[in-house]
Design a protein around this ligand. Structure first.
Ligand code: GCW
Length: 703
């Protein structure tokens, strides 16, 4: 290995110059969060010295666009980690020499396995990177940079990995006009208006960020879909995106509006069994595949919250899904959402999806996947896992989580979601394995939190949730702590002292939000429509299951939703062992207490405190924990650039204020029902209930 670094390194694949770098110090560059976890900040000390033993020179035994990218990414990243200022070179001809390269790529090694699998090893004086497909080399480059960036010894690298799930998708709830439903990071990143002629550089940066964590597809439009996105002019736009993302291994998917044949071409019906309708979708699929040969498929929200669907014609979800599946054939996948509940149905909303879908087990075509939210209601701060997991052994089920924080304080509250997703993935369904095992043949979808904000996600810490989603979809067994530390080190600082403070702060943060918003298993107490802030007093909306009162069922006597046999018996939808765990309030995990049980205000909880006191205790605990997070962050100013440190500190101040608001408004409301005094030593709400009820925020984002 050469110890003297050349001023300009020339990197060659079999025939092409890809890259050049110089050791000029990096230009001062504002830390505005745009670079996400891909900053590759220069290593220091011994780790740097070790890396300087390697030259950013590479050789590949084949030449294709993804392999070139893998090399360019790795070379640029290495140069950055070494403290050099890399400049991308113009492609040109140059013979590559394997013997001279410190990084040797073989991206067609069939022994390595499918899709993204890779093996990276220190060999001789350099490092070998092998994968079965070029995209595996790309993933390998990012993995190697991550490891080296965390200080791994380049002479002792031995990494093998393969994705646990085939589909690792972002779902964008982005509308074609640029508004993002439940988006808290600005406008949509998709510039449909100017596509296909103009492709924003952000589309490349986006693909790169996704690929770096193993995400391999994106549903680019809202599940509340507009039919016109299936028109030819949009297919052209989509094709441009697909072309831009293909080198990064990202496939495009579309949310399809079920009534599209009637809306676009005036068909008399969208009945999935009607021959003309079937022919329409067949032609539509052919048209899309002609433009985008690797189109991923359709995502469909049908007969849910007012969306059209097969039930409008007396057909089942399976009829609808299978019709689209036939049109697509082996070319792609139909992802059919199980998020359904009806305004007419008196059944507990938490039971409806199971009731509707489980009888259809085995009726879906092979290329249909049913996509199920993590919990049975709707992305609440705390929900038990969805009872459909494990209950449909003959159907491929995919897990849907929400990266954007609709019910967790938008982009201003710090809540790291890996622990929440890990909990679901780890949950033992009692019917054929954990949720992770059940969804592994299909995949995971995350409702994206990306937007036009400079930092992509509305706040620096929300980037961690995008990162964590990708990492967990790749490997659901990764611990939340590993993910938090990786992300922190790459995003902010690798100092052990920093990680030792910041990682625990992240790990507890989601539970903290659950405590000050919806402690003890309460759910859905957010204000109507925008879901910003507390409104447990709302009881009069036309759709009963949209009322917070529907969920908390509080009155002068008690609080909570009885989902045992004496109530809705939602418990019976779980395997007996699981149901057993949640059936006894005296022994169960109390974080689910009021999700499953309606209890008297003076019920003795496991702490020995009365339920009312325990509730107040948890609200206070949540608020105190946010105060502690703010203090921790203050103390970390030495590790983080001023711009991002201040941004996070200011968000935490908003969170402190809003946590206290959640606690106070909730307590004031519960007191108006139960007339109970606050436990001694507890401070009273800052305002009376009327004040909290009078607050209104018609301009809240994301509606
Ligand atoms: O969480 C709810 C949201 C809706 C969303 C719906 C869904 C896209 O409030 O905005 O619609 O879920 O998942 O379909």
């Amino acid at each position: 290995m050469m110890r003297v670094r050349r001023l300009v390194n020339i990197v060659a694949t079999a025939g092409s110059l890809l890259f050049a770098s110089s050791v000029v110090a990096p230009a001062a560059h504002g830390e505005d969060g745009y670079d996400l976890w891909l900053r590759h900040a220069p290593l220091q000390g011994e780790a740097r010295a070790r890396l300087l033993d390697l030259e950013p020179t590479a050789y590949a035994s084949q030449d294709d666009v993804t392999t070139r990218l893998a090399i360019a990414e790795l070379m640029e990243g290495i140069a950055r980690l070494q403290g050099a200022h890399p400049i991308r070179g113009e492609p040109g001809d140059l013979p590559g020499a394997q013997a001279e390269a410190d990084f040797v790529f073989d991206c067609r090694d069939r022994t390595i396995g499918n899709e993204g699998a890779y093996a990276i090893r220190s060999e001789g004086e350099g490092i070998s990177i092998r994968a079965g497909e070029p995209v595996g080399c790309l993933y390998a480059s990012y993995a190697l940079l991550r490891e080296l960036g965390l200080g791994a010894d380049p002479s002792a690298i031995d990494l093998q990995s393969a994705p646990a799930m085939p589909l690792r998708l972002l779902n964008h709830w982005d509308n074609p006009d640029g508004h993002v439903e439940r988006g808290y990071a600005g406008r949509s990143i998709f510039d449909w208006w100017h596509l296909p002629e103009r492709l924003d550089q952000r589309m490349i940066d986006y693909a790169r960020a996704n690929a770096s964590v193993g995400i391999n597809g994106a549903v680019v439009n809202n599940v509340n879909a507009r039919a016109f996105m299936l028109e030819p002019r949009y297919i052209e736009k989509l094709a441009r995106l697909a072309d831009a993302w293909r080198p990064y291994g990202i496939r495009v998917y579309l949310s399809a509006r079920f009534s599209a044949p009637t809306e676009i071409d005036g068909l008399a019906t969208a009945d999935p069994l009607d021959p003309e309708v079937r022919a329409w979708w067949q032609a539509k699929a052919d048209e899309i595949y002609a433009a985008i040969p690797d189109f991923g498929g359709f995502l469909v929200k049908a007969n849910s919250e007012g969306q059209p669907g097969p039930q409008d014609y007396g057909r089942t979800h399976a009829d609808g899904a299978n019709m689209l599946a036939e049109a697509i054939g082996e070319r792609g996948t139909v992802i059919w959402r199980a998020f359904v509940y009806s305004a007419q149905d008196e059944t507990d909303r938490a039971k409806q999806a199971y009731d509707e879908f489980v009888p259809l087990d085995g009726a879906f075509a092979d290329n249909v996947i049913v996509q199920v939210k993590n919990g049975p209601v709707d992305f609440q701060p705390r929900e038990p896992f969805h009872p459909m997991f494990g209950a449909m052994p003959n159907t491929r089920l995919m897990l849907e989580v929400q990266i954007t924080k609709e019910y967790l304080g938008f982009a201003s509250h710090l809540a790291f979601l890996a622990p929440m997703w890990r909990e679901v993935l780890e949950a033992d369904t009692g019917r054929g394995g954990s949720v992770a095992e059940i969804v592994s043949p299909a995949g995971m979808a995350g409702v994206a939190n990306t937007g036009s904000d400079r930092n992509w996600s509305g706040s620096d810490f929300d980037q961690a949730n995008w990162y964590a989603f990708g990492r967990l979809a790749w490997d659901p067994s990764l611990s939340s702590e590993t993910i938090a530390r990786e992300w922190l080190a790459q995003t902010f600082d690798r100092e052990g002292a920093f990680l030792a403070e910041a990682a625990p702060m992240m790990l507890g943060s989601k539970e903290t939000v659950a405590r000050y918003m919806t402690p003890l298993g309460l759910a859905h107490l957010m204000a109507t429509g925008h879901h910003y802030g507390p409104a447990p007093w709302v009881c009069d909306l036309a759709r009963s299951e949209w009322n917070p009162c529907y969920y908390h069922r509080a009155d002068s006597e008690g609080i909570g939703f009885d989902r045992t046999a004496t109530g809705s018996n939602a418990l019976e939808q779980y395997a007996p062992a699981m149901a057993q765990d949640w059936s006894d309030p005296a022994t169960m995990d109390e974080r689910y207490l009021l999700w499953f049980h309606h209890l008297d205000w003076n019920y003795r909880t496991q702490s020995g405190r009365a339920l009312w006191d325990e509730l107040v205790h948890r609200y206070n605990q949540g608020v105190a924990e946010v105060d502690a997070m703010a203090r921790t962050w203050e103390g970390l100013s030495g590790y983080v650039d001023e711009e991002r440190h201040r941004a996070v500190a200011e968000s935490l101040r908003i969170q402190q204020r809003e946590a206290a608001w959640w606690r106070d408004a909730s307590i004031a409301y519960w007191q108006s029902l139960n007339g109970l005094r606050l436990p001694s030593g507890t401070r009273a709400p800052s305002h009376d209930l009327d004040y909290y009820r009078s607050l209104s925020f018609p301009e809240a984002p994301g509606q």
